[in-house]
Design a protein around this ligand. Structure first.
Ligand code: BGC
Length: 245
């Protein structure tokens, strides 16, 4: 039975049923815009609309969130409305949607999927998945095991939070060429490398679909590869975490 995965981002809310054994969507995903302001009830209403497109699915739902989630409770909300902080999101979504919901950080979900089915498959040692979207998300793996809720997008870069300077959205907002943006990403990756010495860094998010635009400009010590599941990684990982796969 496919399991529903939903990925709540700063810009869009995407969902689809997932074959968690194969690591792929069983139907085309649905994407709706994240409401503004992105308050809990408004976001839940959109999640409900996404679920309604797959009315023939049943059972638990895995949902990602762009902030720290510990024991089902939201701890941070950098790119969504601050009223999420301290909410028991697992309980709230479960009660409102009438289906058991497990919430997880978006980058952690994407990383789990990528480590099983994508660029990280079979990789031991220290591996980092970094997602570049509205913010910068991070997922840290040691011998394939996730260290949850690392928040490496908030490291300092040139006196600012790294994600304000080097996320995919920052490239657009600051109207940077790919090369200029890649220089910022390189500075950021070198900083991360200095802290963790990973053997592999996987670059995820929508930009992983066009690695030729920026990867050639970046020189670091670790192997640097684009994610293979692209923007579907969060949905797949959310569903995997529900089934405990
Ligand atoms: C949040 C992270 C999240 C990342 C990507 C950051 O601003 O703090 O929790 O994973 O954005 O959405």
């Amino acid at each position: 039975m496919p399991v529903m995965g939903i990925d709540i981002g700063g810009t869009g809310i995407k969902g689809a049923p997932v074959d968690t054994d194969a690591g792929r969507l069983t139907r085309e995903r649905v994407r709706l815009l994240t409401p503004e302001p992105s308050e809990p009830q408004a976001v839940i209403a959109v999640v409900r609309d996404v679920l309604a497109e797959f009315a023939d699915t049943e059972g638990p739902v895995g949902i990602t969130f762009p902030g720290v989630i510990r024991d089902g409770i939201v701890r941070t909300a950098a790119n969504v409305d601050k009223s999420w902080i301290d909410l028991d999101a697992d309980a709230l979504f479960t009660a409102t949607l009438g289906r058991p919901v497990t919430m997880v950080n978006d980058a952690d979900a994407a990383g789990v999927a990528e480590m099983r089915f994508g660029a990280g498959a079979g990789q031991r040692g220290t591996v980092l998945m970094l997602t570049f979207g509205t913010g910068i998300g991070s997922a840290l793996f040691v011998d394939g095991r996730l260290v949850p809720n690392t928040e490496l997008g908030h490291l300092e870069l040139d006196g600012h939070e790294a994600e304000r300077r080097a996320s995919a959205v920052a490239r657009e907002t600051h109207d940077l060429s790919w090369e200029k943006w890649a220089a910022r990403v390189q500075d950021y990756l070198r900083h991360v490398e200095m802290l963790f010495s990973p053997s592999l860094i996987i670059i995820g998010g929508g930009i992983s679909k066009k690695p030729e635009k920026f990867l050639p400009f970046i020189k670091i010590r670790a192997d640097l590869v684009p994610a293979r599941l692209h923007n579907d990684a969060g949905i797949v990982g959310a569903a995997m975490l529900v089934t405990g796969d």
